[in-house]
Ligand binder design. Structure first.
Ligand code: ATR
Length: 280
C-alpha cells in the first residue's frame, strides 16, 4: 500500500529531505511518497493533529518545531526526551511516537568518516543549541573520556551538562577559553551556524592554538568546507563536514519507518548533486 511521509518545518522550501527520502523509497522499490510541508508555528498543533487524522505514516520535524512538537505527540522515546527535541515521528497504529536521530546521525558519521572508536577521546563541542544537545547526549553514552562545551552564552552550556544523567566529565567554557585550550582535545565540533552560507567568511573560534593530529568537525554542509574546516585542514587536522550527519539522521529515520537501512553513499551523492552550484 502506498503511504505518505513528510517533513514539517518553517521554512522547508530548500530542504534536501524530500529528494533524499523519495530516492530511498525508489531504492527499495516502494511506492511511498515524502513531501515537505511548510507549517507556520501558529499552525503546528493543527498540522500534527491533521497528520494523525490523515494517517500519515511518519514524518520528520525541523527548525523551528523540534521542541514544540513534543507536546502534541503520544509518546517520546527515552533519548529524544533526554535531548529535549524530536526530529522523527513514527505513526504506530494511530499513535505518534517521537524520536531523535540527529545526535546518533552525527556519531555514526564521525565513526564512519573520521574516528572509528571514541573510547577515551576528549571532545570539545562549540555551541549549546538544539544540535549541540543531541550530539552531547549521544556522545555521553559512547565511551568518551570528557566532553566540554564552549558557548557565547555559558549558562546554555551548563544547562546541557546538568540535564545529562550519564557520568561523563564535562565543563563549560567561554569561546575565548576554548581557543586557548584547543590542544587538550582530540575532537573539536562546531555546532553553531557560524560559517554557514551566505556568511562563509566567519569562524566560531580561532584555530591558532590547534595542536597536531586533531579531528575537526562542522555540522554545516553548505558550504561543504566551511572556513573553520579550511583553517583546520591547513593546520593538518582530519576534517569532517555536516553532510554525513544530515544523511545518517535521514537514514536512521528511514530505518524507523521501514525497518531497512538505505545506502549511505547513494544518499550522499543525491544530496551532493542537488547542492551542485550552491556550495562554495
Ligand atoms: P540549533 O538548534 O540549530 O543548534 P540554536 O538553538 O539557535 O540552533 O543554537 C545556535 C548556537 O549557535 C548557539 O550555541 C548560539 O550561541 P548562543 O547560545 O550564545 O546564542 C550559537 N551562535 C549563533 N550565532 C552566533 C554568533 N554570532 N556568535 C556566537 N555564537 C553564535
Amino acid at each position: 500500500m502506498q503511504k505518505l511521509y513528510g517533513l514539517i518545518g518553517y521554512p522547508v522550501e530548500h530542504s534536501m529531505s524530500p529528494i533524499m527520502h523519495n530516492a530511498c523509497f525508489r531504492e527499495f522499490g516502494m511506492m511511498h511518497v515524502y513531501h515537505a510541508f511548510n507549517v507556520h508555528p501558529d499552525h503546528l498543533e493543527k498540522a500534527i493533529v491533521g497528520m494523525k487524522a490523515l494517517g500519515v505514516a511518519g514524518f520528520n520535524v525541523t527548525i523551528p518545531h523540534k521542541i514544540n512538537c513534543m507536546k502534541y505527540l503520544d509518546k517520546i522515546d527515552e533519548l529524544a526526551m533526554k535531548i529535549g527535541a524530536v526530529n522523527t515521528v513514527v505513526n504506530e497504529n494511530g499513535k505518534l511516537i517521537g524520536y531523535n536521530t540527529d545526535g546518533l546521525g552525527f556519531v555514526k558519521a564521525l565513526k564512519d568518516e573520521a574516528c572509528e572508536t571514541l573510547t577515551n577521546k576528549k571532545i570539545l563541542i562549540i555551541g549549546a543549541g538544539g544540535a549541540a544537545r543531541g550530539i552531547y547526549m549521544t556522545l555521553a553514552d559512547s565511551g568518551v573520556e570528557r566532553i566540554d562545551i564552549a558557548n557565547r552564552t555559558i549558562h546554555r552550556a551548563d544547562e546541557i551538562i546538568s540535564d545529562c544523567s550519564d557520568s561523563v566529565q564535562s565543563t563549560s567554557l567561554s569561546l575565548q577559553q576554548a581557543e586557548c585550550a584547543l590542544k587538550n582535545y582530540d575532537i573539536i565540533i562546531n555546532t553553531t551556524s557560524i560559517g554557514m552560507y551566505p556568511h562563509i567568511n566567519e569562524m566560531p573560534i580561532s584555530l591558532d592554538h590547534l595542536g597536531e593530529k586533531k579531528i575537526v568537525c562542522d555540522i554545516i554542509y553548505n558550504p561543504l568546507e566551511t572556513k573553520f574546516l579550511k583553517e583546520a585542514k591547513k593546520r593538518g587536522a582530519l576534517i569532517q563536514n555536516g553532510l554525513g550527519m544530515f544523511v545518517y539522521q535521514g537514514a536512521l529515520a528511514f530505518e524507523k519507518w521501514q525497518g531497512k537501512f538505505p545506502n549511505i553513499d547513494d544518499m550522499k551523492q543525491i544530496v551532493l548533486d542537488k547542492l551542485g552550484g550552491k556550495t562554495c
